[in-house]
Design a binder for this molecule. Structure first.
Ligand SMILES: *Cc1c(COP(=O)(O)O)cnc(C)c1O
Length: 353
């Protein structure tokens, strides 16, 4: 059974004979070629990496499986994380799988319904903190410094090791690295992990180029773009509502060494990309995920030429995570009809024109 990132990329991961090779089937996510938006945006060689296809619906599973395996190897008695939602859903799932208690600290009122439902269903102990993500992470760090419980936020080095496998998959699928990688940036662990993955594969001779790393924060939560922490970050994209990223320095390094950019996109731009992804590609990502496409659209408007370039947008999580936003932000409604064929024909054929 060769499933999961630990089995597939063992040679590149910090695993030993004593590391349990667990898996919920994470990784091996689709890289889908754009059918319409790429053409429309003058970027015909555009691909979407669908990380919402991971077991709990976000890329967090890639890192969580490695962090959890290492925690078990080291005899940990429990795990803790602070989370805007997806980390807690992932930690909760893997700890249920391993029979290890999970404690998640979530910012009160800031976690999307689908994510909270997951953490609860998997049986995590949920502590709702009066404060934002940055406050919750500080508390989780202080607690795990003091007690024999493993911190599984992306400050846990095994998380980023697991997450870099997404870059390996992109190269394995394309036969080489892309010219550009567009990616949402919140706590900045993922952009760091992708850059590490691309570099390691390059050094191992698996690819001949390194991509430019193009990271996008939400305008109201853009500390890296502004060059200073944001005390009260605001955006509808809850997964990137982070004012003081843990991997700030390494994200800046990824940007500078790759010749890339870290820029901001507005909530309106995120929502537009979110709708277009679903309606023109059939890809329903959560709002934070759409920051990658929103960034591509912004730079295209500013004149970046992507014709002839191979471009990958990372779609970090599933749209089903945030059903409230989907309903409230998409201008569509169901048409009521009588339960007769004639009524269905009248409405349907009328809309076909
Ligand atoms: C965690 C997350 C992000 C942000 O990733 P970072 O590593 O914190 O920069 C973006 N999108 C989704 C869906 C996430 O779950």
């Amino acid at each position: 059974m060769g499933i999961g990132v630990i089995n597939k990329y063992r040679a590149f991961l910090p695993v030993t004979e004593d590391t349990p090779s667990l898996s919920l089937g994470e990784g091996d996510t689709p890289l889908v070629k754009s059918s319409r938006l790429g053409q429309e945006l003058g970027c015909p060689d555009l691909y979407f990496k669908l990380e919402g296809c991971n077991p709990t619906g976000s890329f967090k599973d890639r890192g969580m499986v490695v962090a959890m395996a290492k925690a078990l190897e080291q005899g940990s008695v429990g795990v803790m994380c602070a989370s805007t939602g997806n980390t807690s859903a992932s930690a909760a799932a893997y700890s249920a799988h391993c029979n290890l208690p999970a404690f998640v600290l979530i910012p009160k009122g800031e976690v999307a319904l689908g994510k909270l439902a997951q953490a609860m269903a998997y049986g995590a102990k949920i502590l709702m903190v009066e404060g934002n993500f940055d406050v919750a992470l500080k508390l989780a760090r202080a607690f795990t410094d003091k007690h024999a419980i493993t911190l599984v936020n992306s400050v846990n080095p095994h998380r980023l090791e697991g997450q870099k496998t997404a870059a390996f998959e992109v190269v394995d699928d394309l036969g080489d690295a892309p010219d550009y990688l567009f990616i949402p940036v919140g706590n900045a662990g993922n952009i760091t992990a992708y850059w590490r993955g691309f570099r390691e594969y390059y050094q191992a001779g698996r690819s001949t180029i390194l991509p430019r790393m193009m990271g996008f924060q939400a305008e109201g939560a853009a500390p890296i773009v502004r060059g200073a922490p944001v005390a009260n970050p605001q955006t509808i994209a809850s997964a990137i509502r982070i004012g003081n990223p843990a991997s700030w320095q390494s994200a800046v390094e990824a940007r500078d060494r790759s010749g890339g950019v870290i820029d901001a996109v507005s909530d309106d731009e995120i929502l537009e990309a979110y709708r277009l992804l679903a309606s023109k590609e059939g890809i329903f990502g959560e709002p934070a995920s759409a920051a990658s496409l929103a960034g591509l659209m912004k730079l295209r408007r500013q004149g970046l030429d992507l014709a002839g370039k191979r471009v990958v947008c990372v779609i970090t999580g599933s749209g089903l995570k945030d059903p409230d936003l989907a309903v409230s932000s998409i201008a569509a409604h169901a048409i009521e009809v009588k339960a007769t064929l004639a009524a269905v024909e009248e409405v349907t054929l009328g809309m076909m024109g």
